[in-house]
Design a protein around this ligand. Sequence first.
Ligand code: SF4
Ligand code: SF4
Ligand code: SF4
Ligand code: FES
Length: 362
Amino acid sequence: MVKLRIENTDFEAPEGSTILDVAMGAGFKIPTLCHKNGMPHYSSCMVCMVKDNRTSNFIPSCSALVQEGMDIDIFGVEVISLRRKALEMLFAEHRAECEAPCRVVCPAGYNIPAMNRLIIEHDLKGAIELCKSEIKSSEILCTDCPGYCENACRRKKVDISVSIRNLKLFIALQIIKSVPDRIVADGRIEKTDHETSGKLNRADRPFTSRIGKLESFELQEWLKECGKEVTRNREISDINSASCESQSCMHCDCRAIDNCRLRELAQDHKIKEKAEKLINSPIVKKMNQNTGLIFENAKCIKCGLCVRLCEDSKEESGLCFINRGFGSIISEPITEDFNNILKSKSNEVIEICPTGALSKFK
Ligand code: SF4
Ligand code: SF4
Ligand code: SF4
Ligand code: FES
């Protein structure tokens, strides 16, 4: 057994244990991004750094093994400052938005891209449920709003903005039809079950990353998620015209918005993103037409978890690193097509990815 101190408390741990194992086992919370129990160490993100007061060295707790006499500091000022720097470095290259521009400017914070995805799939029930839940928690209705969302819509940079207001009003009309007791004289929805508890408060919004400057050829990458031949509809009369118009949405939001460990850590460590970004490679979106898997290089922190997950698979090709140094990126093997990889492991790689770099359309 090895004797050491962690946060001024004495511990004994079996030889070969990592500092992270022992600290977490004792109830201390150390953030990690590139570590997963049961997987080989990679130690690339450095957010799990701790300090050994005995030697004054900073060490990654996920891979450093316990040693006799260590005196580990997890929460000291220097350690937290180093963790913040590690996160800032990850965000220096991170060119993506957690929330779509339309949602950011919407005074009610309506999840417009999610609504669009449901309408594209003709999932009227889902779109109604989403909008009903949001109306409950907001005092603002689209009937009262001049349409800030359409003004901010990224699609405008390609041709014309998505008819967001008309799509929302189309869904609102379906709600009115399904909940007749909520109609008032002028046809507006009366918020009978108004709740303030879930109301989105702009100041409380979690960390939102910024994309930085976007080149016009990079804008084309967003169009990969749009319907191939979209007929634009400024008038929305039924689910077919609504679905068609929704297909012009470029899905600027991040699918990992509520499930991103990187975002959570940025929020916890009060990270402020810089507008200027380190650009090592342009934004690229890859879509696997067979499985629906999407890979966005600009959200990838190169933690290597997806690579390690695929490494032992003999049955199918997975993801790997290509290039060297700062130019290294996650990719399909150079002998493979992105459409032919991860036939069975798509969901697993999405699950293990600590960011929204791997996702599925819906
Ligand atoms: S990967 Fe995480 S931090 Fe980046 S845009 Fe998506 S939710 Fe935000
Ligand atoms: S393209 Fe879609 S997600 Fe992007 S700003 Fe417009 S409505 Fe929102
Ligand atoms: S795609 Fe996700 S899991 Fe794979 S290296 Fe990038 S961030 Fe890590
Ligand atoms: S979790 Fe330890 S270096 Fe990434």
